[in-house]
Design a protein around this ligand. Structure first.
Ligand code: BES
Ligand code: ZN
Length: 584
């Protein structure tokens, strides 16, 4: 049972969706008609769908006659139940709806909010529980359906979806279909002035024209990543692997929509330094999209596995040192965040009863989850672990599973043959206890150690210009900024900035770390850059710490509220949902 869905897949389950969608940019509305094919496990039971802020216009049987339905009250950010009474022979129903201004999945952008500033844009974000705000369906990761769609858009608007792209109808409508069953959170759409450039036969990049060349260059290793992932984890099961670079308001770094990763433009750094995001979203093609967590409490099965797989892909393509830097930085982020989390939030298999799925979102499912898998790998050896992973993905392909399913498989397929490892592995403390177990791997990178040396020299009085920083890569700069002591004097901030041009950095990760330091140390020379960043970028991972840091002092809070009032209309509901809570 999934606490975050009203649906009752144990009674009636949606197996296929055939949608007709019309995008109306003027009214900011998606109108849809869908045929939902059903499997009726309990012939007497109604069909229950999830719906939030949807205008349901009609429900009919395939005979064309109406079926009675009711929308139950919405609650707790989870929408309400749409209950449809079925007749005896109903193997499908047809639902007609329109979205409202409460469709939190959708972001309609004015032309000037896009990268190019030329044409309006629409994109959707389904995870965790937002698909129900634009499509009436069973919105639980435990329910999988195949789907197809016909999409009508205004002339000149290109449409992509998280599926195979089919043909265009004579009237210009776009056709998509996905023959593999997926949960509803993986149904996604983007529409605007976008163009495509291939990276290989099966992989390519979509972006606004002004971004396309840079994005294509940045992500030119996509094919190598897919090939590496296939060697490591088994066949790629989704046909094409494309990526779309969205306008800067996209609230996440990336989203693993099948066939079409959605990505923030803030990872296009010019030097491939942030492409682990592509490895991550690609890895979800195995951990997440092929084998899926069945409800939010098992989110680590998606994200922890994916961080582990991402690190393996990065190691294959860019070498162990790069991967070590990323592991070390990831572990540090986890340790920092653990200091701020309640014990229940520090647990991999966490208890989300009475809580919104977003409350379980932290570095814990990601980094602690990955560390758990690395610990198992360390105990049984990489060869045996890889063999297990391949079998695990086969065993549960196109299924949604729980932590117990994983542990049963782990015991059966792997630990049964490795009794010594089995004895050493403390599953309970990894999966059900807060904090980080003492046997968590502490990876140390040589390149980051060099940074520590220079930090020590700087602390002992060496000027920034005299430090041995030549040739430093992004990860080293991040480690440097994070390693600066607090507080810093205005003169020290200025000297660092003069030497290293942090305020002018074009790298979003470096810039956001520096802006945090600027706020903490009242370095006002960064004010204009801070304001421009907040006005342009809608990625929650950057916004949340920046606004939180500002909100720590009364003057900062006033400033944060003034900036937020201006910037808020530019952010997606995922980000405003979090920021409203911080700045209320
Ligand atoms: N699936 C997640 C995004 C997500 C998680 C959306 C939970 C809603 C609820 C995606 O794969 C992800 O993890 N994105 C990260 C990037 C990654 C490199 C860690 C992000 O957006 O920061
Ligand atoms: Zn992820």
């Amino acid at each position: 049972m999934d606490r975050h869905s009203h649906s009752r897949p144990d009674q009636v389950v949606v197996r296929h969706l055939d949608m007709d969608l019309r995008l109306d940019f003027d009214r900011r509305e998606v109108r849809g008609v869908a045929r939902l094919d059903l499997e009726r496990k309990d012939p007497a039971a109604p069909l229950v769908l999830d719906a939030q802020g949807l205008g349901i216009e009609a429900v009919a049987g395939l005979d064309g006659a109406p079926r009675s339905f009711r929308l139950e009250p919405e609650h707790d950010g989870l929408g309400g139940a749409l209950v449809i009474e079925l007749e005896r022979g109903d193997a499908a129903v047809r639902v007609a709806w329109r979205t409202t201004e409460h469709a939190d999945a959708l972001q309609w952008l004015e032309a000037e909010q896009t990268g190019d500033g030329v044409a309006p844009f629409l994109y959707t974000q389904g995870q965790a529980v937002l698909t129900r705000t634009w499509i009436p369906t069973q919105d639980s990761p435990g329910v999988r359906a195949t789907w197809e769609a016909r999409v009508e858009a205004p002339p000149g608007v290109e449409v992509v979806m998280s599926a195979e792209r089919r043909w265009r109808d004579a009237d210009g409508a776009f056709r998509f279909s996905l023959s593999r069953p997926v949960p509803a959170y993986l149904v996604a759409l983007a529409a605007g002035r976008i163009e495509f450039r291939p990276v290989s036969e099966r992989a390519g990049v979509w972006a606004e024209p002004g971004m396309l060349a840079r994005a294509h260059e940045e992500f030119s290793d996509m094919e190598a990543m897919v090939a590496a992932a296939e060697r490591l984890f088994g066949a790629y099961r989704w046909g094409r692997y494309d990526l779309i670079v969205l306008p800067p308001s996209f609230p996440f770094g990336g989203m693993e929509n099948p066939c079409m990763t959605f990505a923030t433009p803030t990872v296009v750094a010019g030097d491939k330094s942030l492409v682990s995001l592509v490895a991550h979203e690609l890895a979800h093609s195995w951990s997440g999209n092929l084998v899926t967590f069945s409800s939010a409490k098992d989110a680590w099965l998606n994200e922890g596995f994916t961080v582990y797989l991402e690190q393996r892909i990065m190691e294959q393509i860019y070498g162990p040192e790069r991967s070590n830097m990323e592991k070390q930085l990831g572990r540090r982020d986890l340790e920092e965040e653990l200091k701020t989390l309640e014990p229940w939030q520090q647990v991999l298999e966490c208890n989300l009863q009475g809580r919104h799925p977003d409350e379980g979102f932290s570095q814990v499912p990601y980094e602690k989850g990955a560390l758990f898998l690395r610990r198992i790998e360390e105990l049984v050896g990489r060869k045996a672990f890889d063999k297990f992973l391949n079998r695990y993905f086969k065993q549960f392909q196109f299924q949604s599973i729980t932590t117990s399913d994983f542990l049963a498989s782990l015991n059966e397929i792997l630990l049964a043959d490795h009794p010594v490892a089995a004895k050493k592995l403390d599953i309970d403390s990894w999966v059900r206890q807060p904090g980080l177990p003492p046997d968590a791997q502490a990876v140390t990178s040589e390149l980051l150690r060099q940074v520590d040396t220079e930090l020590a020299r700087w602390k002992s009085g060496v000027t920034p210009g005299e430090l041995a920083t030549s040739g430093w890569v992004t990860h080293q700069w991040l480690h440097f900024i994070q390693g600066l002591p607090e507080p810093l004097l205005a003169g020290q901030m200025r000297a660092l900035d003069n030497a290293f041009q942090f305020t002018q950095s074009g790298n979003s990760e470096i810039l956001s770390q520096w802006l945090l330091a600027a706020i903490r140390n009242r370095y006002t020379q960064a004010d204009a850059r801070l304001e421009a960043f907040l006005m342009n970028v809608g990625r929650r991972k950057f916004l949340k710490p920046i606004y939180s840091e500002l909100a720590k002092t009364p003057e900062g809070l006033a400033r944060a509220r003034a900036l937020y009032a201006k910037a808020r209309p530019r952010y997606h509901a995922v980000s405003t949902g979090t920021l409203d809570g911080i700045l209320k």
